[in-house]
Ligand binder design. Structure first.
Ligand code: HEM
Length: 180
């Protein structure tokens, strides 16, 4: 996973729990990188899991809640750092619908060895999107945080339902419904 994501996790942890806690985490968790991350470099996903697990255990926050909060936190950063990618979107569901065919394609041009998930758009009306997310990493709670962040970015409100599909491997279905 890209250094960009690791750096954001450290920032998120610092803003939530302070610099002393980040310092303690970096010395306690066994890290090949020693906690120094370069935006465009790749680091083992296991290292991200180790850092998030440390926060989850020490601060007694369920991993799922932590990943969702991290997704919500990182979305504005993803947008501001890559604004040329999303500048033409005016509707949150257009943006989410465009991840697979446009946004993550642009991401791959920038970060050539990025390990990206697959999104499959199932159905769409003006205010409702059904979409399936497939990833070896199974970061569905991170994904829901990113989706909630996207709704917030456009000042819209909505409900997001999540259902783990048993008939499709490593796939979660999301139904996003905007409230007018
Ligand atoms: C400006 C918009 C976006 C940018 C620039 C962006 C970029 C990225 C980058 C750089 C990664 C990490 C890849 C790696 O480290 O190897 C990533 C992963 C991911 N992105 Fe996006 N992304 C954007 C929007 C979204 C949105 C709206 C979603 C909503 C669900 C999303 C879902 C994910 C997920 C779930 C991952 C984790 C990888 C996995 O699950 O396998 N992204 N994205």
């Amino acid at each position: 996973m890209k250094g960009f994501i690791f750096k954001s996790l450290l920032d998120f942890t610092e803003e939530s729990f302070g610099l002393a806690f980040v310092d303690e985490m970096i010395s306690e968790v066994e890290l090949d990188s020693e906690g120094v991350y370069v935006t465009f470099e790749s680091y083992p996903f296991a290292e991200l899991v180790a850092l998030a697990s440390y926060v989850s255990v020490q601060k007694q926050i369920p991993m799922e809640d932590l990943l969702e909060a991290f997704g919500l936190y990182i979305l504005p950063e993803l947008i501001s750092k890559h604004d040329y990618v999303i500048k033409d979107y005016t509707h949150p569901l257009d943006l989410i619908e465009g991840i697979e065919a446009h946004i993550h394609i642009e991401v791959r041009k920038l970060y050539d060895d990025a390990e990206l998930p697959t999104f499959n758009n199932i159905s769409r009306t003006e205010n409702r999107l059904e979409i399936e997310y497939t990833s070896q990493k199974e970061l569905s709670h991170f994904a829901i945080g990113l989706m909630k962040g996207t709704l917030k970015h456009f000042n819209t409100q909505g409900n997001i339902e999540m259902e783990k599909l048993t008939h499709k491997d490593k796939t979660t279905k999301f139904v996003i419904e905007l409230i007018n």
